[in-house]
Design a protein around this ligand. Structure first.
Ligand code: ZN
Length: 311
């Protein structure tokens, strides 16, 4: 499901240093709360996602809002990201369907919701939706045509973000899910407006994303693996999630959860590799060797459940 969101290209850009970037050198305001001018948090190298085939070392700048805590990449190479998501093949989504415990978590969150229609934003191959009974109409937004084709074979109706923005599905859904999507979206305010529009009053939004307030994220800081993924451009604190959703949603509840349990071997590997990568960074060799210092640990996500206002 990762990497299948829309709302990426939201800012006008210009060519600078060979890349499409936003026109202002620093973000003029927090994209989420619009209250504070964000401060530079750190720069991080990125070697994957939209930059995977690039030869040059790419560094992204992260800015943090002192009011809501929202952390985001600026400037953003919007066209590059849009091309990346559209070109993803189904292998990408197969990889993300390997471990499905988070899908159970979200279905459980939806159990109390009377549902006849559900929309999964970033539905991938439709794996999450396919577990719902046949009497529930399943809809999905998916930018990768390869993955969308597989979802359609599983009786998922693929709709475009433009259809939803254009009013074809106003107040149409009982529930909208966004699993591993928010962190890929640059303009979260537009995304919230679109999702709220698709939900009927009282409808339920369930989303899963990384949590900057988790102990893992707070302890690891810039070494938190999650922000090293080239695709991840938006990270929320719990306050940021509340501030973001408040205009259209009520009874927003946030649970701290694990995205998926990692094996002890995988955890040991990341712990052993980290000091080596860290040392390379300190010696100025990280760029040449194309490594970055990051640590993976469990329990660093949030499950957000919110109810559409207006009931
Ligand atoms: Zn803010």
């Amino acid at each position: 499901m990762i990497g299948t969101s829309t709302s990426l290209p939201m800012h006008s850009g210009e060519r600078q240093g060979g890349s499409m970037v936003e026109s202002s050198p620093v973000p003029p305001e927090c994209r989420l709360c619009r209250r504070e001018k964000p401060r530079k948090a750190f720069d991080l190298p990125v070697l994957d996602g939209p930059y995977e085939s690039e030869i040059e070392w790419t560094v992204r700048s992260f800015y943090r809002c002192s009011n809501c805590g929202y952390l985001f990449v600026y400037p953003l190479e919007t066209e590059q990201y849009a091309r990346h998501y559209a070109a993803l093949d189904a292998t990408y989504h197969e990889d993300h369907d390997q471990e499905t415990s988070r899908y159970f978590l979200i279905r459980k969150a939806l159990e109390p919701v009377p549902m006849s229609r559900v929309l999964d934003w970033g539905c991938g191959r439709g794996t999450f939706l396919s577990a719902f009974p046949n009497n529930i109409e399943k809809y999905g937004v998916e930018l990768s045509s390869a993955a969308a084709l597989q979802a359609e074979r599983r009786n998922v109706h693929i709709v475009s973000p433009e259809d939803i923005d254009g009013g074809k599905f106003d107040e149409y859904f009982d529930a909208v899910t966004a699993i591993d999507v928010v962190e890929h979206v640059s303009d979260l305010v537009s995304f919230r407006n679109t999702v709220a529009r698709a939900l009927h009053p009282g409808g339920t939004l369930v989303l899963l994303t990384g949590n900057l307030d988790s102990s893992v994220a707070r302890i690891l800081g810039r070494y938190w693996y999650y922000i090293h993924y080239g695709e991840h451009i938006s990270c929320l604190t719990e306050r940021a999630a509340q501030v973001w959703l408040e205009p259209d949603f009520e009874t927003v509840t946030i649970q701290r959860v694990t995205h998926h349990k990692s094996s002890y071997i995988a955890l040991l590997r990341t712990v052993l590799i980290f000091p080596v990568a860290w040392m390379f960074e300190k010696l100025g060799l990280a760029r040449k060797l194309r490594v970055s210092a990051k640590l993976f640990l469990d329990s660093d996500h949030m499950l957000v459940i919110a109810r559409r206002k207006g009931c």
